[in-house]
Design a protein around this ligand. Structure first.
Ligand SMILES: CC(C)(COP(=O)(O)OP(=O)(O)OC[C@H]1O[C@@H](n2cnc3c(N)ncnc32)[C@H](O)[C@@H]1OP(=O)(O)O)[C@@H](O)C(=O)NCCC(=O)NCCS
Length: 224
């Protein structure tokens, strides 16, 4: 199916299921939008010590049992949108799902650090949003803190722990994430996890035509 036909199908499905606000938001985005994300990188050759979270955390790979605990829960409609997207990453088969769990085995932080061998799958799924980072680079996507663990400084230590676990597992030299520039929790949390702003990505739509470009900039340019 061509991209325009695929977009029309998504819109029709949304309208049929009564999701008019989702359909309207997508339509507005495709007609004209510019989404700016911070391009942030952690270089694993640079030692980094995060501030401790308010709960003790350990990094483990995402598995079926943790996936059930993370995804099959009651959350607000806004969080349900975030959570279903992450369930879809899991069901699509992306490698590099990691979780920071508490001493009781409760999942407190979820993140994918996807190895370069899945670059084609990344491009099929997300479109042209992620550059090829080379064999040593990991694409960081899908941060999620369950509502019960938010505002407890979980993201900094959680992201740092899962990043180091993924780097050791895949033999990676660096990892790169692209939080939306306006998502202060995600950008500050990524900084707290050892990631440094190196540039920005601008994802533009004009009448259903998409262009994505990357440019160098400083943290101050993005207001951080
Ligand atoms: C974004 C998210 C992961 C952050 O988790 P969190 O538990 O709220 O964040 P933390 O308590 O660890 O805080 C991380 C940092 O962001 C800051 N922060 C958090 N929310 C903030 C906000 N709304 N405005 C400004 N700063 C904020 C904290 O002060 C902290 O900074 P510091 O370590 O320099 O003091 C979480 O809110 C979430 O899962 N949101 C829904 C999904 C999402 O947006 N994912 C990111 C997509 S890239």
């Amino acid at each position: 199916m061509g991209r325009a036909a695929e977009r029309l199908r998504v819109l029709t499905d949304q309208a049929r299921s009564g999701d008019w606000s989702g359909a309207a938001a997508d339509l507005r985005r495709w007609i004209r939008s510019d989404t700016v994300s911070a391009q942030m990188r952690r270089d694993f050759s640079v030692p980094f010590e995060p501030k401790p979270a308010e709960v003790a955390l350990t990094a483990v790979p995402l598995d079926d049992d943790l996936a059930r605990k993370l995804f099959d829960v009651d959350v607000s409609p806004q969080d349900r949108v975030y959570l279903e997207r992450r369930r879809s990453f899991w069901e699509t088969g992306f490698d590099g799902g990691f979780v920071a769990v508490t001493d009781d085995g409760d999942p407190a932080y979820l993140q994918w650090l996807i190895p370069n061998r899945q670059h084609d799958l990344v491009t099929d799924y997300f479109g042209p949003l992620f550059p090829d980072l080379g064999p040593d680079g990991l694409v960081v996507e899908g941060a999620w803190v369950p509502p019960a663990y938010r505002k407890k400084k979980v993201m900094g230590e959680g992201l740092s722990l899962v990043s180091e676990a993924a780097a050791a597992h895949f033999g990676a030299a660096s990892a790169t994430c692209f939080p939306e520039a306006g998502n202060k929790g995600a950008v500050r949390g990524s900084q707290a996890g050892g990631y440094v702003i190196e540039g920005r990505r601008i994802d533009s739509w004009r009448l259903a035509r998409r262009s994505v470009h990357f440019e160098a900039c400083t943290a101050a340019d993005l207001g951080y």
